[in-house]
Structures are given as structure tokens and as C-alpha cells.
Design a protein around this ligand. Structure first.
Ligand SMILES: Cc1cc2nc3c(=O)[nH]c(=O)nc-3n(C[C@H](O)[C@H](O)[C@H](O)COP(=O)(O)OP(=O)(O)OC[C@H]3O[C@@H](n4cnc5c(N)ncnc54)[C@H](O)[C@@H]3O)c2cc1C
Length: 259
């Protein structure tokens, strides 16, 4: 969601929010970083973060709202530059975690490993049972974001730009979410599982079942979708795989030391 303020952020005064070309005058924010590694560039750029539970949460919080002082409404080539033109915007990113939909397909296009595979996320109605709950949770998230914006008048927030006041009913919100939301925490396409699980691509040591000498270690190995953010779980599984491989193939000096 994006809202408009009645003033530009003083925070950005004197900054192009970009890397200055050679010979250009000193940029205020980059200068602060150069001086003592301080200023806004020493932060992750978020004004606030809110963790919440939607009406479909199964116990764990399943919503994370990130509040940004930029015009962010999605990723596309050039989004970062576009997002920094206006200095009077407040974006609230709504992340729905613990999603129920298990749809999605990754298919090889050819035997050439350099050719990107065909990736179909199968969001919402294209997906598996549970997508309605994901959609309900997203509607809840947008309503919480609207509440945040409604309480930000003291900070100068004047009006909602995206999705906009005309997208008001639950039905219109659902349509908007279906066409505008996206995901980039894809995972679970080569899951670890037990011997009797026909969908388990990998065994507990990351070995591809039925293929000798091949292991997979990446976000595809998770049998369940990690909660809100996924990168830290990828790091953890990587550490686990390193241990597994080192146990199977000790480094030569370790093997010598042990002898
Ligand atoms: C825009 C965006 C924003 C995100 N933001 C967050 C976030 O804020 N927090 C979070 O937790 N997660 C975030 N994620 C998700 C997170 O980045 C991924 O889940 C994670 O990086 C997946 O790790 P991976 O090791 O499975 O794959 P990757 O990190 O994609 O690593 C795969 C590697 O394989 C390489 N590769 C591909 N093909 C070949 C080939 N043929 N030969 C050799 N190398 C090859 C690629 O270059 C790449 O380095 C984001 C993802 C995107 C796309």
C-alpha cells in the first residue's frame, strides 16, 4: 500500500538517494555514511515493522508489515529508482507468511543446465486447497495496514494512493490482491522426507532418491514452508548440509589428524 504525505521527508534533504556521478557535489546521506558509517544508510531503511496474526493464523503470527519512506509498490526493472523520485510517500508492505497453498511447478525446459527452468507459482485459485485462507489473511493484512495509515495523520499522511479508496469492499480487495500480490519465497520443490513419502525428492542427507552422487541444498529442500522470511532458514539448512558432507567426506588434514 502507498500513502501520500503533506510534506517531503526532511530526512532526504540534500540527497539524490542515488550514487552521485563522478564530480557531482557531496550527497548528504552518503556523506553521513562516509563520515562515521552513520545516518539512514546504516539502517535497513524501515521506519517501522509490525508482526501480527490474521484471522486464519494457526497460532504463529502470520503477517509482517514493513513501513518504508518510499514509493514502493512492487518489483520490476527500475523499481528502486522510480520509488525514490517522490519524497512524500509512505509504503506499507504486507507479507503473509505460513501460507497454506502448496501449488506451484518447476519444469526443466531442456537438458541445458544454463537454461532457466519454467517456474509457475500457481497463486491463489490456481493453487492447492488452503488458498482461500491465504487470501483472507492478505485481506486482514491490508486492513491492518489501512489502520496504520489512518493513525498516521499526525505524521502528515493525507491520503491512500494504492490501492486507493475505491478499493473498499472485501470483494474488491480480494480482486486487487489476486492481481497485484506476488511471492518470492519459493521453496519446497525437492523436499526432504521419509522413505515412504512418494513426494520426498531427498533423503535426510540431502541425497536425491534414485540418483547416485547428487545432492540438493537450497530453498527447495524444505518439507514445510518456513514462516515469514526464508533466507535465515536457507543459511541454517546450508550449515546442516556442510556438516553432513564433512561427516561423509572428512577434509584430508582432519582425516590425517584423526589417524
Ligand atoms: C526480490 C527478492 C527479495 C527477497 N527478499 C528477501 C528478504 O528480504 N528476506 C528473506 O529471508 N528472503 C528474501 N528473498 C528470498 C531469498 O532470497 C531466497 O529464498 C533465497 O535466496 C533462496 O536461496 P537458494 O540458495 O535456494 O537460491 P539462490 O539464493 O537463488 O541461489 C542460487 C544460486 O545458484 C546460481 N545458479 C543458478 N543457475 C546456475 C547454474 N546453471 N550454474 C551455476 N550456478 C547457478 C545463482 O546465480 C545463485 O547464486 C527474496 C527474494 C527475492 C527474489
Amino acid at each position: 500500500m502507498v500513502a501520500e504525505l503533506d510534506h517531503d521527508y526532511a530526512l532526504f534533504d540534500g540527497s539524490s538517494l542515488n550514487v552521485p556521478a563522478p564530480g557531482q557535489p557531496r550527497d548528504a546521506l552518503i556523506g553521513e555514511w562516509d563520515d562515521d558509517h552513520g545516518g539512514p544508510y546504516s539502517t535497513n531503511g524501515l521506519l517501522a515493522t509490525l508482526i501480527a496474526g490474521s484471522s486464519v493464523a494457526d497460532g504463529d503470527s502470520d503477517l509482517m508489515l514493513l513501513v518504508l519512506p518510499v514509493d514502493f509498490h512492487g518489483y520490476y526493472p527500475g523499481y528502486a529508482e522510480d520509488g525514490s523520485h517522490a519524497r512524500d510517500r509512505l509504503a506499507v508492505v504486507v507479507l503473509k507468511g505460513h501460507t497454506k497453498n502448496r501449488g506451484g511447478v518447476v519444469s526443466l525446459r531442456s537438458a541445458d543446465p544454463a537454461e532457466p527452468p519454467d517456474i509457475r507459482f500457481h497463486y491463489f485459485s490456481e493453487g492447492s486447497p488452503g488458498w482461500q485462507e491465504d487470501l483472507r489473511g492478505m485481506v486482514d493484512g491490508i486492513e491492518i495496514a489501512r489502520d496504520v495509515i489512518a493513525h498516521a495523520a499526525d505524521a502528515g499522511v493525507t491520503r491512500e494512493l494504492v490501492p486507493g479508496p475505491e478499493v473498499r469492499t472485501t470483494g474488491r480487495l480480494e480482486d486487487w490482491i489476486r492481481t497485484q500480490s506476488w511471492g518470492h519465497h519459493a521453496c519446497g520443490t525437492a523436499k526432504i522426507g521419509s522413505d515412504d513419502d512418494p513426494a520426498a525428492v531427498l533423503d535426510g542427507d540431502f541425497r536425491v532418491r534414485g540418483v547416485r552422487g547428487l545432492r540438493v541444498v537450497d530453498a527447495s529442500v524444505f518439507p514445510d514452508i518456513p514462516g515469514l522470511f526464508i533466507a535465515s532458514a536457507v543459511y541454517l539448512i546450508s550449515e546442516k548440509a556442510a556438516e553432513t558432507l564433512l561427516a561423509a567426506y572428512p577434509a584430508p588434514e582432519t582425516a590425517t589428524a584423526r589417524r
